[in-house]
Design a binder for this molecule. Sequence first.
Ligand code: ZN
Length: 84
Amino acid sequence: MMQSCSFCKNKNIKNTKVEYTYKHDGKYMIFHNVPALQCEYCGEKYFEAKVLKQIEKEFISVQLGKKTPKERSVAVEDFDKLVA
Ligand SMILES: [Zn+2]
């Protein structure tokens, strides 16, 4: 269990569930309800190594053809091109 946030040193760390976006080789996969510890002050999130390993494993399965319950397209823009 964490004692304090490594960024702001706040000691109030809560157990929560968050959305996690996994990126690899220009491919993205979004996971909902990922267990995490989150700093109540700065919002920094911490994940257990086993959670990250499971996400990576699932991403690989999907790359190899496993079907996911939901798929959606994602809008992508280059911010540089929005600013005149
Ligand atoms: Zn913090």
